[in-house]
Ligand binder design. Structure first.
Ligand SMILES: [Zn+2]
Ligand SMILES: [Zn+2]
Ligand SMILES: [Zn+2]
Length: 104
């Protein structure tokens, strides 16, 4: 069974080039996720803030996409990984350098 949510989504540009919440509070992140509904950028579940998941819980926007490393998506509702060719075209903007890296 495929994801129905992704079919109604269009290309979005990120509202920020780093995690919106982390930038506001000066926190660091590991990698970024772009909301395919509104362009919100949040941090992944390996980051202290987990703001991408928090954004889903706040807004119910179902589909996010990796912003930075690789091109793939995730539907929170179906709990399913989405391949790049199932997603709308990628954004033209590039993310900020990951501020947090475990080795530094
Ligand atoms: Zn879905
Ligand atoms: Zn964050
Ligand atoms: Zn959103």
């Amino acid at each position: 069974m495929g994801c129905e949510h992704v079919k109604s989504l269009k290309q979005v540009e990120p509202r920020t080039t780093g995690c919106e919440e982390c930038l506001r509070i000066g926190q660091r992140w590991v990698s970024l996720r772009l909301c395919q509904s509104c362009g919100h950028v949040g941090c992944c579940d390996s980051s202290p803030g987990r703001h991408a998941t928090a954004h889903f819980h706040q807004t119910r926007h179902p589909v996010m996409r990796a912003f930075g490393e690789g091109d793939w998506g995730w539907c929170y509702v179906d709990e399913r990984t989405l391949a790049a060719d199932e997603l709308p075209p990628p954004p033209s903007a590039s993310p900020q350098e990951g501020v947090y890296s475990p080795s530094s």
